[in-house]
Design a protein around this ligand. Structure first.
Ligand code: MSP
Length: 645
């Protein structure tokens, strides 16, 4: 096959917090396509990375008490680790703080300025810092950023502008002539309606109010707008305007930019216009994928529905997570993330369907033929044999059709259809009966058909999964030459005499339910939640805060102009306190004198009718009857000031 090049990119990520399963989706999709293209013999260049400049990062770093560079370095290290765990096979990790990128961006800016496509003006408008986006009043939704719903700030400053408006016509013509350029079509239409119908405005491409960015080479008080800096990574990462541009010459234009739907407009309007201004060819396709959502809401740390992908991988496997994410998000649409569904799909599709097929078949070959593959000399080829063999023989080309349309979930549907068919084939052919009746020729035929089916399934699963295809090849004894993509076109290549080894179960069932994914901190929070929370309960610590003491009433006076209140002097042992109490209606002064009572001794003093009251007497009752709590002196007298527990 001709060694064609394939250049695929993901967005470069903002270092804004930890990654969640949603953020992984785009890179996982790109990785699957890159692996698929490599298997098809393409010379693939897969680039991902981090978008490390801008106001948002400046602010985040400050909050974390770090310099912006320390902050982004740490983030990039974490992302690379995560990509390793997830099996992301990128060829280059791009960082916009790399020196060669910064220099190239400055050269691009200079070039556009000299050409007259960038000019100095002044900007007054609205800016959303989290999205690093400029908006006009009419674009806001309820006065907030239309992309993320957060507050926008009014900014006013001298700025350089890119003549985006100049490219509107050319862009429209390009879309028209290249219907495959923007996908899905619904997203393109939405964008045309929202932006082109209103007319494109020139784009503000510099800021003077922030420091963390690439300086305009001829006017260093200006920092280049982060989106101009970020978008150009797709060419600077290949060496454009750098010392070594052989990758640029080889791989540009990109074959596919994969981006999430909320950043589709930057990629489908601003980026092609910049390329036009630079006289460079445009990427072949920009695909705006949907989001992973929980209950209809985008997964995001700020929505609190965030989960670290590492947890799912640790508790299950990288292939469980890859399978779930790739199967759940349909072409361009949103996909649902739910832990219940994750468990359900893992058990039904992976353990029951694929895992069982492999373990049943390898066990039967062990049991009935000492683990050796034998081809039948006179295959019977019943209808259901033909049906299985036909389906397996066209599987690779069906998967190709789906992959070329970027319908990754449908490619998996095709594979699982064959897996289900193979399981049914076991039920129809009943190898155990054939063994019992010693129909060995037929038994060999059936077992061969099944093993060869499993081999081909493993070949076409390679773009989607990391460990499982390799484990299957090991168990089935498939050599390198029968692992390559083209070997999947032909049924019957597995050699006679191949030795099967019964290995570990490739997808053990997940028995625990979604409890499995609870991390220790969550469990602790749950445990706490499970304790009965009744409002009348206080903890022993709280109780101990209240100091109750024995006091003895030594004098009682009515407070002037207050018909409910007595002013009492109470002997507390080492001091005599004044306490104002509303007992007039219930006790005569004589009835109170010398009584030993319960005093809340550490109540904050309060002024009642101008008299400072230092404590409170405990009493029971309601408006009609109030009974003071008094010590029972028949049981002996306690000293005033004694603590009450
Ligand atoms: N830095 C910009 C991209 C610049 S590219 C020149 C950016 N970064 S981001 O970190 O906010 O987003 C990176 C990618 O993650 C985007 O494609 C975004 O759509 C994707 N996702 C973030 N949350 C997501 C989900 N919940 N689901 C699927 N993708 C999501 O934008």
């Amino acid at each position: 096959m001709e060694n064609k090049k394939y250049y695929i990119t993901t967005p470069i990520y903002y270092p804004s917090g930890n990654f969640h399963v949603g953020t992984c989706y785009c890179t996982l999709m790109a990785d699957t396509i890159a692996r698929y293209k490599r298997l098809r013999g393409y010379d693939v260049f897969f680039m991902t990375g981090t978008d490390e400049h801008g106001q948002k990062i400046e602010e985040k770093a400050k909050l974390a008490n770090k310099t912006p560079k320390e902050y982004v370095d740490e983030f990039a290290t974490n992302v690379k680790e995560l990509w390793k765990i997830l099996g992301i096979s990128y060829d280059k990790y791009m960082r916009t703080t790399d020196e060669d990128h910064k220099l190239a961006v400055q050269k691009i800016f200079q070039k556009l300025y000299e050409k007259g496509d960038i000019y100095l003006g002044s900007y007054e408008g609205l800016y959303c810092t989290p999205c690093e986006s400029f908006w006009t009043e009419t674009q806001l939704v309820d006065g907030k950023c239309p992309d993320c719903g957060r507050e926008v700030k009014l900014v006013k400053e001298e700025s350089y502008f890119f003549r985006l408006s100049k490219y509107q016509k050319r862009l429209e013509e390009y879309y028209e002539e290249h219907p495959e350029f923007l996908e899905p079509i619904s997203r393109k239409n939405e964008m045309m309606k929202n932006f082109f119908e209103k007319g494109l405005d020139d784009l503000c491409v510099s800021r003077t109010s922030i420091k963390w960015g690439i300086q305009v080479p001829f006017d260093p008080k200006h920092v280049i707008y982060v989106w101009l800096d970020a978008l150009t990574n797709y060419i600077t990462g290949l060496g454009y305007l750098g010392e070594d541009d052989h990758c640029f010459k080889k791989y540009w234009p990109a074959d596919l930019h994969l981006v999430g739907k909320e950043i589709f407009r930057f990629h489908s309007i601003i980026w092609p216009a910049i390329l036009m201004a630079l006289d460079l060819p445009l990427p072949k396709k920009i695909f705006g994928h949907g989001w992973l959502v929980v209950d209809g809401k985008k997964i995001s740390k700020s929505f609190g529905n965030y989960k670290d992908p590492r947890i799912y991988i640790e508790k299950t496997s990288v292939d469980h997570l890859r399978y779930y994410l790739l199967r759940e998000v349909a072409f361009g649409q949103d996909g649902n993330f739910s832990e219940d569904l994750f468990i359900e799909k893992s058990n039904s599709d992976l353990s029951n369907n694929l895992g069982n097929l492999v373990s049943r078949v390898t066990a039967m070959v062990q049991k009935y033929n000492n683990g050796i593959i034998t081809k039948s000399k006179n295959p019977e080829m019943l209808d259901y044999d033909k049906d299985l063999i036909n389906s397996v023989s066209v599987l690779a080309s069906k998967v190709e059709g789906r992959m070329d349309q970027l319908e990754l979930n449908k490619a998996l549907d095709e594979i699982w259809e064959v897996i289900s068919k193979a399981n049914k084939y076991i039920d129809l052919s009943m190898p155990w009966i054939l063994a019992k009746e010693e129909k060995l020729e037929r038994l060999n035929e059936v077992l061969y058909n099944l093993i060869e089916t499993i081999r081909i399934i493993a070949v076409v699963l390679q773009p989607f999964m990391i460990d499982v295809p390799r484990k299957i090849f090991e168990q089935v004894g498939v050599e390198q030459d029968l692992q390559v993509w083209d070997s999947a076109y032909q049924f019957g290549l597995l050699k006679e005499g191949t030795k099967i080894t019964k290995g570990e179960n490739i997808f053990p069932r997940l028995e625990q339910g979604k409890e499995l994914f609870k991390v220790e901190e969550e469990k602790k929070v749950e445990e706490k939640k499970e304790e009965p929370i009744k409002e009348e309960y206080i903890t022993i610590d709280e109780l101990e805060k209240i100091k109750l003491k024995v006091g003895q009433i030594k004098s009682v006076e009515k407070v002037e102009k207050a018909d409910k209140l007595y002013k009492l002097s109470v002997d507390m042992g080492n001091e005599v306190r004044t306490i104002v109490s509303g007992l007039v209606k219930y006790y005569e002064p004589d009835e109170l004198l010398n009584k030993q009572v319960v005093v809340v001794a550490n109540l904050k003093p309060a002024k009642l009718r101008g008299i400072e009251s230092n404590g409170m007497l405990l009493a029971a009752g309601d408006d009609d009857i109030v009974k003071l709590l008094v010590l029972d002196n028949n049981a002996g007298t306690l000293e005033n000031g004694t603590n009450i527990h």
